[in-house]
Design a binder for this molecule. Structure first.
Ligand code: PGA
Length: 254
């Protein structure tokens, strides 16, 4: 499948995997996906496994991502992690504004925008998540919500920074529920987001930014989702916790 933008598929392990489990998983992923060059592959373990996973994927086609980052460089922020600490482990990507953090940690678009700028300042790349809840979709508010989140979460970025940012459209009702957006629903939302980017950052940026789909992506639906013109990859939760399903998602997407 020939795509305009290179696919980027990331596994978000969330709060799963001890160091030993993470090393087992990544050893299998590494073996299964050794030959893949067509897709940028990212694994996002919990902070505690970054160090070991980083060593395990040295000189491979796998890249490392973190699941969050603080917007400050250092200081009295108990329990938080700064960019410089992630860079010690060759982290390249940082997931920001995941719906679970928006929900449980009450992260706002304004905070996510600050974090996105901090991620770029450290020469890392943010994966900024947006998406509507079921109530919002059913009330016909999907576009309104996406517009608020996209404008708010990216407001601090220059054109150059935006071009290096990855967006993830993750309808909240599809995350961890086994319900996936239909290919039409996904394409519609992605196109809407790309039009917002066009309006905010101009044509070149809008054309280059990669937008991942997230929400119950699995081997059986990956191909159809990735075949949509504005779907440029996936952010995978549950199915990334097992090497076989993560590898199959990637192989089926090529
Ligand atoms: P899921 O999670 O694949 O388990 O639905 C996706 C995500 O939260 O990024």
């Amino acid at each position: 499948m020939e795509k305009e933008r290179k696919l980027i598929i990331a596994g978000n392990w969330k709060m799963n995997k001890t160091v030993a489990e993470a090393l087992d998983l990544v050893a299998d992923i590494k073996r299964d996906l050794r030959e893949v060059k067509e897709v940028d592959i990212v694994v996002c373990p919990p902070f505690t496994a970054l160090s070991e996973v980083s060593k395990a994927i040295l000189n491979t086609n796998l890249r490392l991502g973190a699941q969050n980052m603080n917007e400050n460089n250092f200081g009295a922020y108990t329990g938080e992690i700064a960019a410089g600490m992630l860079k010690e482990f060759s982290v390249r990507f940082v997931i920001l504004g995941h719906s679970e953090r928006r929900q449980y940690q009450k992260e706002t678009d304004e905070l996510i925008a600050k974090k996105a700028l901090a991620v770029h300042t450290a020469s890392l790349k943010p994966i900024v998540c947006v998406g509507e809840t079921l109530t919002e979709r059913e009330a016909g508010k999907t576009e309104k919500v996406l517009q608020t989140q996209v404008r708010g979460s990216l407001s601090t970025l220059s054109k150059g920074q935006m071009e290096e940012t990855i967006l993830a459209y993750e309808p909240v009702w599809a995350i961890g529920t086994g319900k996936t957006a239909t290919t039409n629903q996904a394409q519609e939302a992605h196109l809407f987001i790309r039009r917002l980017l066009l309006d905010m950052f101009g044509e070149t940026v809008a054309r280059r930014v990669r937008i991942q789909y997230g929400g119950s992506v699995k081997p059986s639906n990956a191909r159809d989702l990735m075949s949509q013109p504005d779907v440029d990859g996936a952010l995978v939760g549950g199915a990334s916790l097992e090497a076989r399903s993560f590898a199959d998602i990637i192989k089926n997407s090529i």
